[in-house]
Design a binder for this molecule. Structure first.
Ligand code: PBE
Length: 268
């Protein structure tokens, strides 16, 4: 019943993802800053969130989710970000590659490629879309690497092979990071001969892992806002290799058929 207040339509629930994600912290902050004391942020996972969105969308039911760009959801459904006049979710961001201290001397080849790795939102969405369509992440990444040989050539140019050497990448099961981490693994393996282990963890352990040197690198650092707390907490214990993708965004996302535009509209 769309005549009801939006809060009553969605039971005052915002469908979130894993509790360690920066977007969860930002959303808790948004509930405070906008005075949305009746509202609840539901914890879950990226998979559960997109499943809930799919169910609601097909039934043309109202739903509010935590969303981010790049993501395949914007190609599959007609969605809007709710405006955030208070700027709680920050401005456009970048995804950075973070290496463990000492990687440069220990694995100069991997370090060189990680340092050069940079692609676009459209690139990432290509891989994410293939995975959404049912392709295995490894296969989607392998296809992308084959189809974008010239771009990959630029990342590995003049980098010596490191046949049989081992490397560990940590990531969180966010659709965007499943895509990027698989692509980097694929490049390091097929072009340099590394054997790459992908370690799926929560956001906190991912940052602690690279800061503690247990993992070699991550390509999943959303900065300067989304992972600010993790960045500050471990500052000085890792090497920031700079952006691998520019122009990301996080926020609250709703289907266009819902007649709300702003986070302010969630207040009675
Ligand atoms: N995300 C995707 C993550 C970073 C990558 C926006 C869900 C987060 O909120 O921490």
């Amino acid at each position: 019943d769309t005549s009801k207040f939006v809060g009553d339509q969605v039971k005052y629930e915002i469908i979130g993802i894993d509790p360690g994600a920066g977007i969860m912290k930002a959303t808790s902050q948004a509930l405070k800053d906008y005075g949305l004391t009746d509202w609840k942020l539901v914890e879950g996972s990226s998979t559960a969130m997109t499943a809930a969105l799919d169910r609601a969308y097909k039934a043309k039911k109202p739903i509010i989710v935590t969303g981010w760009t790049p993501h395949w959801m914007f190609a599959k459904y007609d969605l809007n970000y709710l405006q955030d006049p208070k700027g709680v979710y920050g401005a456009a961001e970048e995804i950075h590659t973070i290496a463990r201290t000492g990687l440069k001397t220990a694995e100069p080849s991997a370090y060189a490629v990680l340092d050069k790795f940079e692609w676009t939102a459209a690139d990432m969405e290509k891989v994410m879309g293939a995975v959404m369509d049912g392709k295995k992440p490894e296969a989607a990444a392998a296809d992308w690497v084959k189809e974008n040989a010239a771009k990959v050539d630029g990342w590995v140019k003049d980098v010596p092979k490191a046949e049989g050497r081992k490397l560990k990448l940590a990531y969180v099961a966010w659709d965007s990071e499943i895509a990027s981490t698989n692509v980097v693994k694929q490049v390091l393996e097929s072009r340099l001969g590394y054997k790459v282990d992908m370690l799926q963890v929560e956001a906190g352990p991912m940052w602690a892992g690279v800061a503690g040197g247990d993992v070699d690198a991550i390509v999943a650092a959303w900065l300067p806002t989304t992972h600010k707390d993790y960045y500050e907490k471990f500052k000085g214990k890792f090497e920031d290799l700079g952006p691998n993708l520019k122009g990301t965004k996080i926020g609250l996302v709703v289907p266009k058929y819902m007649e709300i535009n702003s986070i302010e509209d969630l207040k009675k």
